[in-house]
Design a protein around this ligand. Structure first.
Ligand code: UTP
Length: 290
């Protein structure tokens, strides 16, 4: 079984749900407490042993490429001022030289199309997909939980999280089959089902381990829901020939792609911050108590 060493991070979406914040600033660069959302996601991937990051970018996303580069003037100034702790933080969290690739999705034709754009860089090996607007907080990072499960069963793995039944119409949910230890065999999945028709309340939460055969399926995939090339449709085709498991992720999921979800994530990350958590708590209680 080939290990998962590459991750695809699709960042070419328009982020319309959080406009006007995303008019000139990529959604993935909006800070969740003290660092951009994409930084949290790359850290999660690194913790799972990912060695190469493939960003699928589009127009207005140059800030992401710059963020994962050395900032000479800034570092020089910090050095001159003796701010070594800050400097160390900036340097320690950068991916290794050559560990990032940037491919362009010229038009946002859908998540499936974005993943397909990474095909040449990923090549013929299993890979992870992390949706950077979904943040996962957990003792063991979500992708690391998934790579551990992958080491046991191989194939394709999707992280899922339970949501209240009345909320299923906002998400993709899986059709569960038999359980196998912590994993659930999948028999299908459906995007945004009506509550009455939903096969489960297990939301597909934005982390995937996929086999490279998905690329050939994406290539011939016709547009699905919303006129977009959907990853879900290609995964349903792949499910006919390759095993799919869902891993109920132990931790908390934050959807930073909506205005209130973004606020919730920022508050939660601020509350958990070892240095500022107590102050954030006092600020939030003060605002609520008004
Ligand atoms: P979303 O649908 O959440 O992102 O896609 P979006 O399209 O930017 O958001 P809204 O609905 O307009 O507010 C999930 C992830 O897939 C990427 C997005 O950047 C996001 O990180 N994506 C989506 C692409 O890279 N390309 C696409 O064509 C669509």
């Amino acid at each position: 079984m080939k290990p998962v060493r590459k991750a695809v991070l699709p960042v070419a979406g328009l982020g319309t749900r959080v406009l006007p914040a995303t008019k000139v600033m990529p959604k993935e660069m909006l800070p969740v407490f003290d660092r951009p959302a994409i930084h949290h996601v790359v850290a999660e991937a690194r913790a799972a042993g990912i060695e190469h990051f493939v960003f699928v970018t589009g127009r207005n996303k140059a800030a992401i490429e710059d963020y994962f580069d050395t900032a000479y003037e800034l570092e020089h100034t910090l050095e001159a001022k003796g701010k070594t702790a800050l400097l160390d933080t900036l340097r320690a969290e950068l991916p290794d030289p050559g560990a990032c690739s940037f491919v362009r999705q010229q038009a946002p034709l859908g998540l499936g199309h974005a993943v397909w754009c990474a095909r040449d860089v990923v090549g013929d090996q299993p890979f992870a997909v992390l949706l950077p607007d979904m943040l996962m907080r957990a003792e063991t990072p979500c992708l690391a939980q998934m790579t551990a499960a992958y080491g046991e069963v191989g194939g394709n793995i999707i992280s899922v999280q339970e949501v209240p039944r009345e909320d299923v119409s906002s998400y993709g949910v899986i059709e569960p089959g038999r359980t196998r230890g912590a994993l659930i065999e999948m028999t299908g999945m459906v995007e945004k089902p009506a509550v009455a028709d939903a096969p489960s309340n297990l939301m597909i939460s934005g982390r995937y381990i996929l086999q490279p055969e998905i690329f050939a399926l994406l290539e011939s995939q016709t547009p699905g829901a919303g006129g977009e090339i959907q990853l879900t449709d290609a995964m349903l085709s792949l499910m006919r020939s390759s095993p799919f498991h869902a891993l109920p992720f132990e931790g908390e999921t934050f959807d930073t792609g909506s205005k209130t979800g973004y606020l919730r994530a920022s508050a939660a990350y601020g509350l958990a911050d070892p240095e500022h958590g107590a102050e954030v708590r006092a600020i939030l209680s003060g605002l609520v108590g008004r």
